[in-house]
Design a binder for this molecule. Structure first.
Ligand code: FE
Length: 214
């Protein structure tokens, strides 16, 4: 039976300090971001990183910016050079910073100026366990995530790992700002929806996470 009133696409209710901008980048905008992303990926291809226990991250990672977040058997940190080549990370493309500036202008963080952008690539089965981002110096600054490619279930939990997380579906072009009272919330990625990417030639999901690390 056809619904008399089709289910509207209501934005999910998100906790204080979290701002979800659905479709912040339209398709042409996403294509511009993707072209810039391609240059970064060619300069510094993503790789799975070692974690302290000896395993590998599920997502493949690379960075652009003054410093990049990396993990190895010694732990996590921001570092100015890529672990593989020893070269400095490529700069954050202007296409990225223009989007971030446009979005933060009207936000609670109008002066946000990222010096690090961690790029995570999630293949069809990749996920990311609940964690807090706590290697940055200034927790008054938000973390901003731009999604490109396949949709994902993003998890937003509480301040303790045991709190049951909410699911926020993130699609290509959506942007999630996480700051203020929610800056230290546990978060993760539960699931990727293969084949949902509106971008031709992209399988899987790229998340570009902008940070003020130094
Ligand atoms: Fe994180």
């Amino acid at each position: 039976m056809e619904l008399l009133f089709p289910q509207p696409d209501l934005p999910p209710v998100v906790p204080d300090g979290i701002i979800l901008l659905v479709g912040a980048a339209d398709l042409p905008g996403q294509q511009r971001l993707l072209a810039a992303l391609d240059r970064v990926l060619r300069a510094e291809p993503p790789a799975q990183a070692r974690v302290k226990g000896g395993g590998l991250t599920s997502a493949a990672m690379t960075n652009c910016g003054q410093v990049g977040w990396w993990s190895d058997t010694k732990g996590y940190r921001y570092q100015p050079n890529c672990p593989g080549t020893g070269r400095p990370w490529p700069p954050i493309p202007t296409e990225f910073t223009e989007l971030i500036q446009r979005l933060t202008m009207q936000s609670p963080w109008p002066d946000f100026c990222p010096d690090a952008c961690l790029i995570n690539y999630y293949g069809p089965g990749a996920k990311m366990g609940l964690h807090q981002d706590r290697d940055e110096k200034d927790f008054s600054q938000p973390i901003i995530t731009v999604s490109l490619g396949d949709s994902a279930d993003f998890l937003v939990g509480g301040m303790a790992r045991r709190e049951r997380p909410e699911v926020i579906k993130l699609g290509s072009g959506d942007v999630l700002l996480m700051g203020g009272a929610s800056r230290m919330r546990f978060h993760g990625v539960r699931k990727i929806y293969p084949g949902t990417s509106p971008l031709e030639g992209v399988t899987g999901r790229y998340s570009l996470t902008f940070r003020k690390a130094l």
